[in-house]
Design a protein around this ligand. Structure first.
Ligand code: ADP
Ligand code: MG
Length: 428
């Protein structure tokens, strides 16, 4: 397959030297079993690259198992990766396969590898070296045949120097590195990628894009794109939906870029400010649609935040008690910043061959000790989402004695989001 065909097939747009190098490397490594390390900021295309490598490899008929090492709580990451035996810890009522076992014959994609705890890093090193591992609670050595692709948005060498990442594992992973530069360092890719998204969304939403001015084009190119291609995609989607049949000039575009300098979740959305915003002063259906759409986007983000909070809370409450498939409840490969793809995945179901979260199941609910959460739900009524959210925030703050950084980490939301929620619920 030549470069163009590959880019077309796996949705890798761009003509920059950087993209060409990435594609060349994909072609070089996909036929081998060599370990690959993908490095780049969030939203640059690490997932896309990993999927292309797997799909082009001889392992394509077997699974690509995606694991977000940064999203799994420290206490259970080992059993998630390597599996566990029945009775190996309180609550382990059944033996369970780990991701390495599920990926046997296929590929495992270890995203956010820099967040793996050090005791697990030793085990990763061993499995990378000779495929050997032990389930938690077992002394029987197992072997697996997997190809490893790892990704990080951190500087792993920096982590090594800080003593947070093992040097031997670093060298083992660093054999082939594919660097994906941020969009602002390959500006020539911005317009082609933007055009591709606009075309896709126009056909999806059955809308005709009216084009954009030279100044708008310049703005697209000069903007920093802190969320990289993912952010560009979201902007394209919003323009197609909200600016239906409008010619996009600089001012119109600006609205979708302002307030987007940070990487929070809802912070990335255009500001909802009735007073200042020209669009909201006008009345009529299109203004209403805009408001509704933005409100929906915010809600979607809030719900995904809330899901993450709940999953983390349930972990800490129940792991010591009675859990069967609970670990699979955490959304592993969904980035709350990637709102549109999150929703898409929910609506369109699962991509083939990729492991997805299973529903939460309790082994024997009667045996579960009553937790705060259950008591909270045991009242007469199911609380509203706001009440539940407020409750979780209060619990987290209580547990971490008001330390907001720790509380936000425990809840799995950014500190900014936590501050916003505190403000929203008047919790200080
Ligand atoms: N070169 C590219 N061309 C087209 N779309 C891309 C490109 N790189 C990334 N994307 C899209 O941008 C979004 C984010 O990419 P992803 O691979 O999930 O980034 P990362 O894993 O680095 O955070 C996805 O929707 C992906 O399809
Ligand atoms: Mg990713």
């Amino acid at each position: 397959m030549d470069r163009e065909a590959l880019q077309e097939r796996y949705g890798i747009t761009g003509e920059s030297a950087a993209i060409r190098q990435v594609v060349d490397k994909i072609m070089q490594v996909s036929g081998t079993d060599i370990t690959v390390l993908l490095q780049g900021e969030s939203g640059v295309g690490k997932d896309v690259t990993a999927r292309a490598i797997h799909a082009l490899s001889a392992r394509k008929r077997n699974d690509l198992v995606i694991v977000n090492c940064g999203a799994i709580p420290e206490g259970i990451i080992e059993s998630e990766l390597f599996g566990h035996e029945k009775g190996s810890f309180t609550g382990a009522h059944e033996a369970r396969k780990g991701y390495f076992e599920k990926a046997d014959g296929g590929t495992i994609f270890l995203d956010e590898i820099g967040d793996t705890p050090k005791n697990v890093q030793v085990k990763l090193l061993r499995i990378l070296e000779n495929g050997e591992y032990f389930r938690v609670g077992s002394s029987k050595m197992l072997t697996t045949d997997v190809r490893v692709i790892a990704a990080t948005n951190k500087d792993l060498w920096e982590l090594v120097r800080e003593g947070k990442f093992r040097e031997d594992l670093y060298y083992r992973l660093d054999t082939v590195k594919i660097k994906l530069p941020p969009l602002r360092e390959r500006k020539e890719d911005i317009i082609p990628i933007f055009r591709k998204f606009v075309t896709e969304f126009s056909s999806k939403y059955d809308s005709v894009f009216q084009g954009f001015s030279d100044e708008a084009k310049e703005l697209l190119t000069s903007y920093r794109w802190p969320g990289n291609v993912r952010e560009l995609r979201n902007v394209a989607e919003q323009l197609v939906v909200l600016e239906k049949s409008q010619f996009i000039d600089k001012d119109r575009l600006q609205k979708y870029l302002k307030g987007r300098q940070h990487l929070g979740s809802t912070d990335n959305l255009p500001v909802l400010s009735r007073g200042e915003d020209e669009e909201f002063r006008q009345s009529g259906p299109s203004a209403d649609n805009g408001l509704i759409y933005r409100a929906l986007l915010e809600m979607r983000t809030d719900i995904s935040d809330l899901k993450k909070m709940l999953a983390k809370f349930l972990y800490s409450t129940f792991t010591e008690k009675s859990v069967k498939a609970l670990p699979s409840a955490i959304p592993r490969d969904i980035d709350p910043n990637d709102i549109s793809s999150h929703l898409r995945e929910q609506m369109e179901g699962e991509s083939l061959g990729i492991s997805r979260p299973a529903p939460v199941q309790f082994e024997d609910e009667d045996e579960v000790e009553k937790s705060d959460l259950e008591e909270f739900f045991a009242g007469n009524e199911i609380p509203s989402i706001e009440e539940a959210e407020k409750f979780l925030i209060e619990q987290a703050l209580k547990r971490y004695e008001g330390n907001r950084r720790k509380a936000s980490e425990a809840l799995g939301v950014s500190e900014r989001t936590l501050y916003r929620k505190l403000d929203q619920y008047g919790l200080q």
